[in-house]
Design a protein. Structure first.
Length: 561
């Protein structure tokens, strides 16, 4: 039996770790042609959504910050099954920080403005529009100076190719909006707006103004602006943070029939959901038949910020989200039946000569140091430069982890590692649970460690990495292949693992041995990565380049909600 066949057999075995929660899934049958949409609609890290519909297809864009390619565009016909169809950019190149190239050894970093990373920065809160036969996207990296200048991209179709149309001043959490006559505007920050020139390459002088002022109990920014026009009325949706008694994080809406007149305000959603706190930030979108849906995200700890779907009822001219009790429903009827099942996280046998759209690199990749063609059917990861730790390692490849429970594992050919090389698999975040195969001289070891990075607040330079090795296994000198597995459990409450990761290894792809920390706690930390935990495949060297590992496959399963 070949290794890949053994992997497929083993996948069936390891899925027992998630089988319990899958027993309640509804079967598809002629009497039940489409399972319901269960919230969270996407139980994965998909923050800052903007959603539009073009014809019969919904398109969604989200934030992925320091991951490349960036600004993923996802598509769906039914608001249930989503898949990634493209990215707005392959790389950002305003600074070597996007390459991790200016990250010196820890004792040499100091506080130089030139050193650093873009962890938690990069692309934020992209706005997606369709106008005059083209797709348009506006985004502003969360950076100071020229690195934070706004990008406007355009493309003939959502899948791309996207090209840079213009660069403008920084607009925080902005949305692009085209009026009925084609006049472009940008709405941004806390109640600010301005008109753009018709060619979208400049700001009309004197057009900048505030169209509302926040209330006294609204602390911080009102962010995540999304603007639509419906039945002659303009609607701006924003997240509002309030700290008065009985008030919560909420989605508010401002409306007007004249962009230069006074805007009225109403709260359109103030709902907790699923054992987690109140959710907000997103948009609303209509169907071909004229129904409306709201898509908002919710912070859910270690898995990240997940997407929820709600009906929209127009009441007194306001788009009120939620059920008859104004709450996010647990279950919704699907918008369309009999649509093919798709997913944004996928297994991969690396048989394609192109990297799948479900993968993203940590920072810009070193293109010369990875290949899908040098050994067909394998992803080759070469050591690109000497680095001291995982957080500065180039060419770390990631996918989201998903709830309620998920399991992923990689099969690695480690026969071409060199002295000082480190490869493996991680639940990757500012705090990471890591499985690392290390080569010291001719000896191979497998470690499960807990790693924690400290970053400079100003430029996200790596200032410290704490590493606690929990367990070590001697692999000897003749081991050539190893399988590494991580199970994630994001179910809340008594029956769930509450952001727990567990770690396993196998030398044959069939018999698995648990290693290291049991129920390692994954966290979400907005001060560092500002994203949910990711599966991460890595290979780097601490001594000398020249080694490589071949990734045979990434196997993946997720339980039904």
């Amino acid at each position: 039996m070949t290794m890949k066949k053994r992997i497929l057999t083993a996948l069936l075995l390891c899925m027992s770790c998630v089988a319990a929660s899958a027993q309640t899934a509804e079967a598809v049958s002629p009497a039940n042609p489409a399972p319901p949409i269960k919230n969270p609609m996407l139980w994965a890290d998909v923050p800052d959504p903007d959603v539009i519909r073009v014809g019969d297809t919904f398109y969604l864009v989200s934030t992925t910050m320091h991951l490349m390619p960036g600004a993923p565009v996802m598509a769906s016909k039914d608001l249930k099954n989503w898949e990634t169809v493209g990215y707005i950019f392959d790389k950002l190149t305003d600074s070597p920080k996007y390459d991790l190239a200016f990250s010196l050894p820890l004792d040499q970093q100091g506080d130089s403005q030139e050193l650093g990373t873009v962890y938690g920065r990069g692309q934020w809160a992209t706005s997606l529009k369709y106008h005059d036969g083209k797709f348009w996207a506006l985004l502003a990296p969360n950076e100071a100076g020229a690195m934070g200048d706004t990008y406007i991209f355009t493309a003939p179709k959502a899948e791309g190719p996207w090209t840079i149309h213009s660069r403008l001043r920084h607009f925080h959490d902005a949305t692009l909006f085209f009026n009925d006559d084609g006049t472009p505007y940008v709405f941004f920050g806390t109640g600010e707006m301005c008109q753009l020139t018709r060619d979208l390459k400049g700001v009309v002088e004197g057009s900048l103004r505030h169209y509302f002022q926040r209330e006294s109990d609204e602390r911080g920014l009102l962010e995540g602006t999304r603007v639509i026009k419906h039945n002659g009325t303009y609607y701006a949706l924003l997240i509002s943070h309030v700290y008065a008694p009985g008030r919560h994080r909420r989605e508010v809406c401002y409306r007007t029939t004249d962009l230069n007149a006074r805007w009225e305000k109403n709260t359109v959603l103030e709902s907790d959901f699923g054992g987690f706190s109140y959710l907000a930030q997103g948009t609303i979108v209509d169907t071909e038949e004229g129904d409306w849906y709201g898509i908002m995200f919710q912070d859910r700890g270690g898995v990240g910020r997940v997407l929820t779907l709600s009906p929209v009822r127009w009441i007194d001219g306001w788009p009120m989200l939620g059920d008859e009790h104004y709450k996010v429903p647990a279950i919704m009827r699907p918008y369309k039946s009999n649509q093919p099942e798709t997913a944004i996280v996928r297994a991969d046998d690396f048989s394609s000569p192109k990297l799948g759209l479900h993968w993203q690199w940590n920072h810009n990749p070193v293109d010369q140091a990875w290949s899908l063609t040098e050994r067909p059917g394998f992803l080759r990861l070469k050591t690109a430069r000497v680095v001291p730790n995982l957080y500065l390692a180039p060419n770390t490849l990631t996918q989201r982890m998903e709830g309620p429970t998920c399991s992923g594992y990689v099969t690695l050919d480690i026969s071409h590692m060199k002295d000082g090389d480190c490869c493996g698999f991680s639940a990757f975040n500012g705090d990471s649970g890591v499985l690392t195969v290390k080569k010291n001289g001719k000896k191979l070891t497998l470690e499960m460690s807990e790693q924690k990075v400290s970053l400079n607040d100003r430029n996200k330079a790596v200032t410290k990495v704490e590493e606690k090795v929990v367990e070590t296994v001697d692999l000897g000198t003749k081991t050539t292949q190893v399988c590494l597995r991580i199970d994630g459990d994001f179910r809340p409450g008594e029956r769930g693992g509450t952001d727990a990761a567990n770690f396993f290894y196998s030398l044959d792809g069939q018999q698995w041995t648990q290693i290291g920390t049991k129920n390692y706690r994954m966290i979400f930390d907005y001060r560092r990565f500002f994203m949910g935990s990711k599966f991460a495949i890595f290979n780097y060297t601490t001594k000398k380049t020249g080694g490589y590992v071949d990734v045979d496959s990434f196997s993946y399963s997720v339980a039904e909600k």
